[in-house]
Design a protein. Sequence first.
Length: 118
Amino acid sequence: QVQLVESGGGLVQAGGSLRLSCVASGLTFRKYIMGWFRQAPGKEREFVTRISAIGGVTSDAESVKGRFTISRDNAENTVYLQMNSLQPEDPAVYYCSARLGSRDYYYWGPGTQVTVSS
């Protein structure tokens, strides 16, 4: 059974930082592209960033470029999201997800809440 479990969310002041983690189990982690998405209340879920299976290639949404960094540790089956300079538009539930190659994201975690105070 595949499981993705996010952690690291919480309350932070605007301009602050958080590091999210997502631990995967039940799949061959090194074969999967990993992504982070977020969903704010009343809004659709949106793409944040992704990282290639090996870890050498990343792609970020414009809204987070220069502030958020995705990384992965295939030995630990973990993907990270370092979030710096958090802004009032960043609060949301953050989800990690896994996909194989060009297929749709298939596996999802339950999410972790990020709240930013101004």
